[in-house]
Design a protein around this ligand. Sequence first.
Ligand code: DC
Length: 230
Amino acid sequence: MKKITIAIDGFSSTGKSTLAKQLANHLGYIYVDTGAMYRAVALFAMQNGYINADFFDKQTLINNLPNIKLQFKFNADLGFAEMYLNEVNVETEIRTIEVSSFVSKVAEVSEVRAKLVEQQKEMGKDKAIVMDGRDIGTVVFPDAELKIFMTASATTRAQRRYDELIKKGDTVTFDEVLANVEERDYIDTHRKDSPLVMAEDAIEIDNSHLNREEQFELVLELVNEITKKV
Ligand code: DC
């Protein structure tokens, strides 16, 4: 069966990465979580004091982009690749609510996007890849054979994210998480460079009322149809 490129875009906490991991494991494809890359850049900016609650020194971050090395390293126990920032495993650190609260601002910077998009295109040059993010079907792989756009209501998404954070031992309130989801939706859809929009040829999946398995089966059928054709 021919290898294809699968682009999964959509709002935050719609379960993009869960679906992308399931597909990649099933098909033997590479999985790339591009949100992790933006999160690692946000963490770098936080660690170096370029960003905090009321300040963002964009120019110094831009000047220091050559000092940011991002890598994915496969963890066989977990079954997926973890994010490394300058050789340090930051997989856990990049998932905190603090990083979530700064990442959209960092992702608005065109120079940051250009650097990460270049690396993402390189990772997908041999196809057999499932990549999730916000601009994969529109900017990174406009020629992807399959483009999925995932949506769910803000409260459904906030509840999923809240449950995840509580399970990890984070002390957040549901309202904080909902506010963060809504703020990120706004910034992601309104930024000048590569705003979150559905590609014209994408297939929209609203998974507010779909469980993991139903969603996976639905998308796998689409993959099978396409790989038969190409
Ligand atoms: O998917 P996520 O929530 O981990 O993404 C973190 C942030 O990164 C999100 O607020 C938007 C941004 N992002 C982006 O702008 N482009 C991508 N391809 C992936 C994520």
